[in-house]
Write a protein that binds this ligand. Structure first.
Ligand code: ACO
Length: 440
């Protein structure tokens, strides 16, 4: 096994010694603007003829990025240097989208231009309408979104050249603008209701709520408190550095695949219950628990290694402290329930009690398992009248901003190469071929 030891030289390095051959090689230590140092192991295979083994990438950085910073021990989340608490409190979603995409919060002129661009790209090519109709009515909305977003490459040919910065920008704006329409139409289709077209007089979240809940038969007034809550939820989900779906988008994009295909890949990855699918799973879990007296039974199941049950909405690969998004989400949850006149919501009080018990249980304390962003979001969505199956689609809608920014950053990085991990091969060694007649 390699022996790791740090040497003190002006250029900080880490020396790796392969004890089997006695060869030592120094690898540079890179420093980001904040956060731990990073060992640059790119020459490792050429120098020592060995690979690293790191399933789940627990100690592997796959890229450089200037978009989002997380300090998981302190529970800190920054986008382009701004704290998530400040952004959620003072910005609307499109301002945060501008920040994540371009590196700076927009000034009033930039804000007006960006809002205008997004607003005027929100309609879908009318032919996509028929694409939706090919799905069964009971299709999961995430399946519909994977299909429709991937198919957009067939509708918007003029923004698929990934080497043209202008086409990349147009593709990004199209995706961010059309995602609420795709999401709302996936819902409308499942309900058997007519698709509602976007309304340019409305803001991003207002328009989304309008397309979800309006019908051609009735006037629909968007509740400003709910629109603000939706905007804040979108902000909280906009980006989260190199998570599974973002890494999927980067990996898909590293081959030069078009942006619509890459975002469809991100949606597919997000769908899993260990990632974005957790918000749907939390609500299912709370309903299954049903009453406070059954919490100990489920806590015991979550701790039992022979039971695959996990406390959904709890734990995170990076946060070993309270997820800062979960705190804001909890506050938003109270605001929405208050606005809707829902007092003593049974699911909310069950969630609060579950959180209290888990945070005082040695198993969760020792493993630093805290509520994550998904723990409270489902309760808010549910109170707003959004069905459980739609929850992960809302996450995808918001995360599209981060996916686009990260994909764009990757394509403009001079170090960018096609993503191609190595492996620790455990299969058969070379062996002689046996003709069919000789195989028992
Ligand atoms: N319930 C019970 N035990 C848990 C949970 C949980 N939710 N999460 C982690 N653990 C335990 C593991 O069993 C493990 O215990 P051990 O050390 O005794 O073997 C330990 O805590 C560490 O867990 P890992 O699975 O190794 O941590 P990892 O970083 O790989 O997983 C994950 C992170 C997938 C988020 C995990 O915590 C989980 O499954 N949580 C529930 C699903 C969820 O809420 N996902 C949303 C994540 S946030 C997002 O994507 C938006």
């Amino acid at each position: 096994m390699p022996n790791h030891s740090e040497t003190k030289t002006p250029r900080e390095t880490v020396t790796v010694t392969d004890n089997s051959s006695g060869r030592s090689v120094e690898f540079p230590l890179l420093s980001g603007s904040v956060g731990p140092k990073v060992m640059d192991i790119r020459p490792l295979y050429n120098e020592l003829g060995i690979f690293t083994y790191d399933p789940g990438y627990t100690s592997t950085g796959s890229c450089k990025s200037a978009i989002t910073y997380i300090d998981g021990d302190q529970g800190v989340l920054l986008h382009r240097g701004y704290a998530i608490e400040d952004l959620a409190e003072h910005c609307d979603f499109l301002e945060v989208a501008h920040l994540i995409l371009n590196g700076e919060l927009p000034n009033p002129t930039q804000k007006a231009r960006f809002n205008d661009e997004i607003t005027h790209h929100s309609m879908l090519n009318e032919q996509i309408n028929f694409f939706f109709r090919g799905f069964r009515r009971d299709a999961h909305p995430m399946a519909v979104m994977c299909g429709v977003v991937g198919a957009m490459a067939a509708f918007y040919h003029d923004s698929t050249n990934v080497h043209d910065p202008r086409q990349r920008m147009i593709a990004g704006e199209r995706l961010i603008a059309k995602m609420p329409t795709v999401t709302a139409w996936a819902y409308k289709y499942s309900m058997g209701q007519p698709f509602m077209y976007p309304k340019n007089s409305l803001g991003y979240s207002e328009n989304f709520l309008h397309m979800m809940f309006a019908t051609p038969c009735d006037d629909y007034e968007v509740n400003p408190v709910l629109a603000r809550a939706m905007d804040r939820i979108l902000i909280l989900h906009a980006d989260h550095e190199q998570n599974a779906s973002t890494s999927t988008v980067r990996l898909a994009g590293s081959s030069g695949a078009n942006p619509f295909a890459c975002i469809a890949a991100g949606i597919a990855s997000l769908w899993g219950p260990a990632h974005g699918g957790a918000n749907e799973a939390v609500l299912q879990m709370l309903r299954e628990i049903g009453s406070k007296d059954r919490i100990p039974e489920f806590i015991a199941r979550a701790k039992d290694k022979n039971d695959s049950f996990r406390l959904m909405g709890f734990g995170h690969r990076v946060y070993k402290n309270y997820d800062p998004r979960a705190k804001i989400m909890q506050r938003t949850c109270y605001e929405v329930l208050e606005e809707l006149g829902i007092h003593n919501d049974p699911l909310l009080s069950l969630a609060i009690e579950l959180e209290r018990i888990a945070l005082n249980d040695d198993y969760f304390v020792e493993r630093k398992l805290f509520p994550n962003v998904d723990f409270y979001s489902g309760i808010i969505f549910s109170a707003m009248g959004i069905p459980t199956q739609m929850f992960t689609s809302l996450f995808a809608l918001a995360r599209t901003v981060g996916w686009i920014a990260q994909w764009n950053e990757m394509l403009t990085d001079a170090d960018q190469k096609i993503g191609r991990p190595r492996q620790l091969y455990t299969g058969e060694k070379p062996r002689p071929f046996r003709p069919l007649a000789d195989r028992a």
